[in-house]
Structures are given as structure tokens and as C-alpha cells.
Write a protein that binds this ligand. Sequence first.
Ligand SMILES: *[C@@H]1O[C@H](CO)[C@@H](O)[C@H](O)[C@H]1NC(C)=O
Length: 287
Amino acid sequence: MAVKNNGVFFIMLILVSCVCVWARPATFGQDFHVTWSDSHIKQIDQGRTIQLTLDRGSGCGFASKVKYLFGRVSMKIKLVPGDSAGTVTAFYMNSDTDSVRDELDFEFLGNRTGQPYTVQTNIYAHGKGDREQRVNLWFDPSADFHTYSILWNHHHIVFYVDEVPIRVYKNNEAKGIPYPKMQAMGVFSTLWEADNWATRGGLEKINWNKAPFYAYYKDFDIEGCAIPGPVTCASNPTNWWEGVTYQALNAIEARRYRWVRMNHMIYDYCQDKPRYPMTPPECLSGI
Ligand SMILES: *[C@@H]1O[C@H](CO)[C@@H](O)[C@H](O)[C@H]1NC(C)=O
């Protein structure tokens, strides 16, 4: 009897510790709050999914309640369908520190019906951005939910679409290239109108007759060092996101990344000679 009880106790202990280590926020309200236009964000499925609305009156946005230093954030997003030209759905991390801002951006630029959605990524390190890359998505991101993630550790920053890396920014601080690592960042998302620049450089205007526009989010997952939190967390090498398998792309990821760059990349600031007559240092080969 005693043995049996111990067994039950042991199993309960395992369950409890699993719940702590693997805890993922099930609902929006656990980790996030609305930052812009409450009336345009609706929780559905008991808060497990949210609907963002853009209409003539307003767009909307939400943010994490705390900031994080290193880790991985990911969510499943279903983007605005049909004639979405001029709409921008953004999912990003931002330190909220103006002049020395660190920021990691996913921006999904809508398009006319049947035309490909573009995802623009950008990286700000110590206040300097202007590192845009653009990839046309190889599927219709409004037909279904897809997973968009940002991995951020001491070695690199990787933007993933499902299991496919679309952008890698390595830590080359040793070569004098700025890398975000001193400031915690919050997790943000917005749905808004940007038809002055978004689709074909602002040529395609938003079609308000198709409003309201809706985007959906679910499976919110942030694993990282919450700030404020234990001060030693961010430098702890046993955090899973710092592990060997997360320090560089593996062979399969590297192949997928090459495939994206060869077949789906439509803009890379590294190749933009008129804009950058001198190649930015992080773009040089071997870096
Ligand atoms: C929209 O579709 C056009 C035509 O296929 C394409 O050139 C463009 O890259 C797409 N995306 C945006 C955001 O304009």
C-alpha cells in the first residue's frame, strides 16, 4: 500500500513538474493584453483564439504583459483573405526603447485576390534598422493557420514560417556587428492599414468595400526569460533555446533556407546597391 502511494505521489510529482516546465499559455488573457482598440479584438473559443478587425474606424493591436530576454515566441496566424491589398498584419518583438531600440519584425503585406502575400522581416539592433528582406509566401496564408516563430538566443536570431527558416541574423559582435542582447523585448501584434507603402510600394490601395478585414491568432507560445524575473535566467546555458541544436541551422533547415532564398526571396537589403553602395558588414560573405 505504501509503495503504491509512493508511486502515485511520484507520478503526481512528474505531472506537476511537467506542467511547470512545459507550461504554454492556453489563452490570450494569460500572457497578453489589448493595446489598441479593444472593440476590434474579439476572443473566441474561450480565449484560445482571437480575431483582429480592421475597418474604416480603426485597426487594433495587442502586446505581451511582460518582456522577455532570449527565447522563442510562436503563434499560429490566419491572415486576411481575399482582397487584402493595403492591409498589414505585424507580429514582432520590440524593446520599446526609442533611440537604442531592438526590434525583430514579421510584417505580412496583403495583396489583391490571388496575388501572393509578402512577408517582410526587419531587424533593429541598438537603434538601427533598415535591414528589410521580403519573401513571397509559397502558400495561401489566409486559407489556414500557419506557425510563425522567432528564435532568439546568444548565437543567432531565426525567423521561421512553419518549419522553414526564412531569415537568419547571426551574432557577429566579435566582428563589430551590433546584436540585440542587452534589452528585453515585448511581443506585439497589430492589424492596420498601410496602403501608402505596403502593396507594390503603395500602388495598390485598400478596398474599403471589402472591410471589415479579419485576421485570426491561436496557440500563443512564449518560452523565454521573463523580465522582471530571475536575473540569472538569460545567461543560463541550460535554457533549451540555447542548446546545441539551436545554435545553428541543421542540415535540413539549411537546405530549406537556401530553397526560400533561391525561389521566394523578392527583396534583400544586402543586394540593394543603389540604397547601400557599401555592402552592410553583416551581409559580407563569410559573416
Ligand atoms: C503582390 O503581387 C504582385 C504581383 O504578383 C507582386 O509583384 C508583389 O510582390 C505582391 N506583394 C506585394 C506586397 O505587393
